[in-house]
Design a protein. Structure first.
Length: 102
């Protein structure tokens, strides 16, 4: 019978995940956004657009869209609620189009 010994716990090493750092190509971005739209969660869509904008450079996207950098950060956060016009401007700025399929 085993004695009451304290159990050893292995130390788990974790690393922060940043989706923006993994979005290197237009294809990466398109697949990422397609998966997010399939989920259908508006907060996730806003956050994904924020990841995409950060991957391209938020200041650059702000200049391209004519919107303020701080406004974009806020609108494209998980708690943000961007207007459709903002979504379309960001998509255009990163070289994507919104398509609808039946």
């Amino acid at each position: 019978m085993a004695a009451n010994r304290p159990t050893r716990r292995a130390k788990l090493k974790t690393f922060p995940w940043d989706s923006a750092a993994r979005l290197k190509t237009a294809e990466d971005i398109a697949y990422y956004l397609e998966a997010v739209f399939e989920d259908g969660d508006p907060a996730l869509v806003a956050a994904a657009l924020g990841d995409i904008a950060r991957s391209k450079g938020m200041a650059k996207i702000a200049r391209s869209t004519g919107l303020g950098r701080e406004s974009l950060y806020k609108a494209l956060s998980p708690d943000g609620n961007p207007e459709l016009a903002t979504v379309l401007k960001v998509l255009r700025a990163v070289g994507l189009k919104l398509k609808v399929a039946a």
